[in-house]
Design a protein around this ligand. Structure first.
Ligand code: ATP
Length: 326
């Protein structure tokens, strides 16, 4: 029996998850939100500093265990906002030192990928990783998770959050845009796919211009979603063919979009591939994903780091990491 305490702190969410082998004992989270404006790194950092102890206490209460019973601590060490990563890293080091527990540094993207497999029956899928900070089409090849396509400038979630900020409908933008889109109809927007990569910044500029010209929020939200999701479905289909895989697994906060999931599902049906989505509850950032990946790494002694030198890296890419556990 192995018990892992996972700490997630790469962006807006501070979370502690506790995993006992494959059983979830606790999942405590606090997410920074705002009704106006966007995600200001220093405000998010303040939020994390203020809630970290409370989140830990909540997790321990849920799990009904104490810190002594934990075998090791896993923390999200990359990639993300430096200001947010710092809080989780410091907290993990502090707990590791105080309770004399081994520390495992986990790449947050690996957390999302392994969590997707943990909660579905997908074995070796093409991952569609769509979140606030990331948009990547990933598959496992040659001992690493490889990125086959990605957003060249802003991620799809960030596209929604930025446009929501323009419309002054608050953060996070995705769910609010999805609601407004229900009553919209199509206006033409730039559709930019370059090989396997997608580019969303031109769409954002065009949407802002059209909004200033008086096109309705509803029509713009609908068109923004349809265009961005169509681009992503196109590259996902190509990745399936290229990698010769027959499963698609969507992960990350944007996986909560019903419209996107239904578009991917239609494409999968047409190609005789299986479609999986990470359950909504676990599609956003959470400590369980860090514990799931940490558990796999710990078993093959990967990522172990002394609390004296443990650090974080805001830009470490997933394709730089060897996956010894696969
Ligand atoms: P990362 O996980 O890569 O560090 P992140 O922490 O910003 O990035 P997540 O928590 O995984 O991202 O996802 C948040 C994003 O998901 C936000 O950009 C939000 O707008 C988007 N999102 C949430 N719900 C929906 C939805 N229903 N439709 C579209 N987008 C959504």
């Amino acid at each position: 029996m192995v018990i892992c305490l996972g700490i997630e702190s790469t962006a807006h969410t501070f979370s502690v998850g506790i995993l006992k082998n494959k059983e979830i004992l606790a999942d405590a989270r606090k997410t920074f939100t705002t009704l106006t404006g966007g995600m200001i790194p220093i405000e998010v950092q303040k939020h994390h500093y203020e809630c970290k102890d409370e989140v830990l206490v909540q997790a321990l209460e849920q799990s009904k265990i104490n810190l002594e019973e934990i075998d090791f601590i896993a923390y999200s060490a990359s990639p993300g906002l430096a200001t947010s990563l710092k809080v989780g890293c410091e907290f993990a080091k502090e707990l590791s030192e105080k309770w004399n527990k081994p520390l495992v540094a986990v790449n947050h993207i690996i957390g999302h990928l392994e969590e997707g497999k943990f909660f579905t029956e997908a074995k070796d899928p093409v991952f569609v990783f769509v979140s606030g900070a990331n948009t990547q089409i990933i598959a496992h090849e040659g001992g690493k998770y490889r990125v086959f396509g990605e957003a060249l400038s802003i991620a799809v979630g960030n596209l929604f959050d930025k446009f929501a900020r323009e419309l002054d409908i608050g953060f996070p933008g995705g769910p609010r845009i999805e609601q407004l889109a229900l009553n919209g109809s199509y206006v033409q927007l730039p559709y930019v796919v370059k090989g396997m990569d997608v580019e969303f910044s031109g769409i954002l500029t065009k949407c802002k211009q059209l909004y200033k010209k008086g096109i309705s929020k509803e029509n713009l939200c609908f068109s923004l979603q349809e265009t961005a999701y169509s681009m992503l479905v196109e590259v996902t289909e190509r990745a399936l063919a290229h990698c010769n895989k027959n499963e698609v697994l969507v992960i990350g906060g944007v996986a909560a979009s019903k419209r996107f999931c239904s578009m991917l599902e239609i494409m999968c049906k047409e190609r005789d591939a299986k479609f999986y989505a990470c359950p909504m509850k676990y599609s956003g950032d959470n400590g369980i994903q860090i514990a799931i990946a940490g558990m796999k790494m710990f078993k093959v002694k990967q990522g172990l780091v002394s609390n004296l030198v443990a650090d974080f890296d805001p830009s470490l890419r997933v394709d730089k990491i060897e996956t010894k556990w696969i």
